[in-house]
Design a protein around this ligand. Structure first.
Ligand SMILES: Nc1ncnc2c1ncn2[C@@H]1O[C@H](COP(=O)(O)OP(=O)(O)OP(=O)(O)O)[C@@H](O)[C@H]1O
Ligand SMILES: [Mg+2]
Length: 232
């Protein structure tokens, strides 16, 4: 695997929210390159623009200015439908707000993106993903029959369903106890090392951040690389 290929390039990105006369500049010239197979932790205070950045990388919103390029595809050149398809094929997203479908069971939620992509064996693979995130006993529960942490793990399985190149996780371990959080991070790290899954994780949790090889801070709408302190 050639690890020098950038999987993601964020170039001088601005995001300005306008509501009536009020303008909020959430990103102000954010720039970052992420190599294929990297594991990047994004940190910053509440309101610093972390979720905004993740939404833009995931193609769920478009920048006010600047470019976002993933695997040679400039997201701004895609229309909304093309962006949705690109996202389904290349990007896994686990966001702060859960987006499970309430009337589908855990395994149906995980199988859905695979079914949409025409995969065979969607249910078999959904089951094995749910077992991987520790939910083998919860396959047929609907979201309202699961705990917050369990729902989050279903959301992780959904995000991994189509074997994304890039996984975006916004505070994914926020609601989990430390043992569950550690096992989820160990799973992601394994996918990172074994399959070259590129990981971008927003976290306030130092024990998650230390697993990353790059730590990026966001403040004043800009991104700044932190030196990772190596310790024995
Ligand atoms: N849809 C929106 N409309 C207007 N302003 C918004 C919108 N979304 C976010 N903002 C503002 O943009 C700024 C960045 O918000 P964002 O959600 O990206 O922060 P964050 O770093 O993810 O914070 P947290 O750690 O609390 O999740 C904040 O000032 C927020 O109020
Ligand atoms: Mg946020």
């Amino acid at each position: 695997m050639n690890t020098s290929i950038p999987t993601l390039t964020i170039q001088d990105v601005f995001k300005i929210y306008k509501e009536g006369d009020v303008e909020t500049v959430a990103l102000r010239g954010a720039t970052l390159t992420v190599e294929r197979g990297a594991f990047v932790a994004i940190q910053g205070r509440s309101g610093s623009g972390k979720s905004t950045l993740m939404n833009l990388i995931g193609g769920l919103a478009v920048p006010s200015a600047g470019r976002i390029i993933i695997n040679d595809t400039d997201l701004l050149r895609l229309n909304e439908g093309q962006r949705a398809m690109f996202r389904r094929q290349h990007i896994g997203i686990v966001f702060q707000a859960e987006n499970l479908i309430p009337f589908l069971t855990a395994s149906e939620n995980v199988a859905l993106p695979m079914t949409l992509e025409g995969h065979h064996n969607a249910y078999r693979r959904a089951k094995s993903l749910l077992i991987e995130v520790g939910l083998g006993e919860r396959l047929h529960h609907r979201p309202n029959q699961l705990s917050g942490g369990e729902r989050q793990r279903v959301a992780i399985a959904v995000a991994l369903a189509n074997e994304p190149d890039l996984l975006l996780a916004d505070e994914l371990t926020g609601e989990l106890d430390s043992a569950t959080s550690d096992s989820i991070m160990a799973l992601l790290k394994r996918l990172n090392v074994e399959r070259g899954l590129t990981l971008i994780v927003v976290t306030h949790n130092p024990s998650v951040a230390v697993r990353a090889e790059r730590q990026v801070h966001i403040s004043d709408g800009q991104l700044r690389e932190e030196m990772v302190v190596a310790y024995a």
